[in-house]
Write a protein that binds this ligand. Structure first.
Ligand code: HAM
Length: 424
């Protein structure tokens, strides 16, 4: 085969069936579960003014290194960026429309981050997610975590663990930041150069380092939960009590720092042991009580999550829990006469709600039957010269190959429907 002239850009993929069908099924499953809990679908733009994303945080890689930015053709041009995640866009939409609270939305779609591509890490990837704006009730946090867990349970994943932390409110965090900075400065000679650079911008993000050389310092660092104000501690305790009441198992992860700067109080991550450590987070989320305000809206608490569809599918594969995607096509119309009969038959079958495919280009009977087999359709409806002259069609069960029957053409839909309901 000759090499094609163009390839999909680095870090992006063409996703063909059946993988695309599986992704679609996962998205639908998430939507069903979210809607069952009162979340409504939000569709928002794939690109926004770059300032919207800058609110994610000045020290996050997502903003400083990974944005796909561009100018539009206006005069003067507007600086835009492809969304690297959806929470900032949802908060921008909230500030713009001021819906009644609590505003509960779910979403799905591609996100874009200029990362170094590897298995489970792409420059275009798919997320499903949800946000609840306008409530700081710990029950909203528990509902959000429960939504994620219900999704993993529904797709059959067993090796997903919930890591839980609280980053406290502004007051707790500034006390912690002070203590952490002092500690890291005292041990700065033991840190890697990259962590030293991060320390100057955001000491919390040093805890996020996966570099082995940083681990001894990180493992002895002070933990956030020791610095929570009474109010933040009580909020976090109630989240834990509710999770305990629901028999949800979780691991307290006092050094869990999420890769985005907007978080306050509850933060969590879903990790799987079935993927390599660098990509083992299949989802994550938390509270971001100041984000709407930073986007020009009223002071509004928020909690949300986003789950990576690509990684969830990799985890499904690793755990062997991928449901077989059965072919959507139930009937294949084979027409060797080359008239317009196949067009009419397909039209009638499809209008009757039966998924139907056919061959083109007047292929031979043998070639068309091969295509019918490949389509995994259950039934072939065949029009050859004999059938045409008799005003009938032949109907064949493609799986049992138990002969075929001729039926009046006018009865095709009725007969196919009956057969499909009786055949397993
Ligand atoms: P995040 O942790 O950046 O959070 O992303 C959520 C999930 O998206 C990750 O756990 C991972 O499964 C997937 N993901 C992230 N980057 C990539 C990538 N390059 N390739 C493949 N999958 C990826 C957020 O995006 C927040 N907006 C979550 C949130 C919602 N927090 C509050 N509300």
């Amino acid at each position: 085969m000759s090499k094609s002239l163009f390839r999909s850009p680095r870090g992006t993929r063409d996703i063909l069936a059946p993988e695309s069908t599986r992704r679609h099924q996962l998205v639908n499953r998430f939507g069903e579960i979210a809607e069952r809990s009162g979340f409504g679908l939000l569709e928002s733009p794939i690109f926004e003014d770059v300032s919207v994303f800058q609110r994610i945080g000045a020290s996050t890689d997502i903003v400083t290194k990974e944005l796909f930015e561009f100018n539009d053709k206006g005069n003067p041009p507007q600086r835009l960026a492809l969304r690297p995640e959806l929470t900032a866009g949802v908060c921008r939409a909230f500030a713009q429309h001021r819906p009644t609270v609590p505003w509960k939305v779910w979403y799905h779609g591609p996100q874009f981050r200029y990362e170094r591509p590897q298995s489970g890490r792409y420059r275009q990837f798919m997320q499903v997610g949800a946000e609840t704006l306008g409530s700081d009730d710990p029950h909203a946090d528990v509902e959000m975590i429960g939504l994620g867990l219900s999704f993993y349970e529904a797709v059959g994943l067993r090796r997903v663990r919930l890591l839980l932390n609280s980053l406290g409110d502004v007051e707790s965090r500034s006390a912690y930041r002070y203590a952490l900075t002092r500690y890291l400065q005292q041990r700065s000679t033991e840190l890697t150069e990259q962590s030293l650079a991060t320390l100057g911008v955001n000491p919390l993000r040093v805890l996020d380092s996966k570099r082995p050389a940083d681990q001894p310092v990180i493992s002895e660092a002070p933990v956030m939960t020791d610095f929570l104000t009474e109010e933040s501690a009580a909020h976090f305790q109630e989240v834990q009590d509710c999770l305990d009441g629901l028999d949800v198992s979780y691991e307290l992860a006092p050094r869990l720092v999420r890769g985005l700067d907007y978080y306050t109080r509850t933060t969590f991550e879903f990790v799987t042991d079935s993927l390599a450590a660098a990509q083992n987070a299949v989802g994550g989320g938390g509270r971001y009580d100041g984000l709407v305000e930073s986007l020009g809206g009223p002071s509004t608490p928020g909690i949300g999550l986003a789950l990576g569809v690509d990684r969830t599918l990799l985890a499904c594969e690793a755990e062997g829990v991928l449901a077989e995607v059965s072919s959507a096509v139930r009937v294949f119309v084979v027409d060797t006469v080359g008239g317009s009969q196949a067009v009419g038959l397909c039209d009638r079958l499809r209008r009757a709600g039966i998924s139907t495919d056919r061959a083109f280009d007047r292929r031979s009977m043998k070639a068309q039957m091969k295509l019918a087999d490949r389509s995994e359709a259950r039934i072939a409806v065949i029009v050859g010269p004999d059938e045409q002259s008799e005003g009938v069609v032949s109907v064949r069960d493609l799986r049992s190959h138990a002969g075929q029957q001729k039926i009046p053409e006018a009865d095709t839909v009725k007969t196919v429907k009956r057969l499909l309901s009786t055949l397993s």
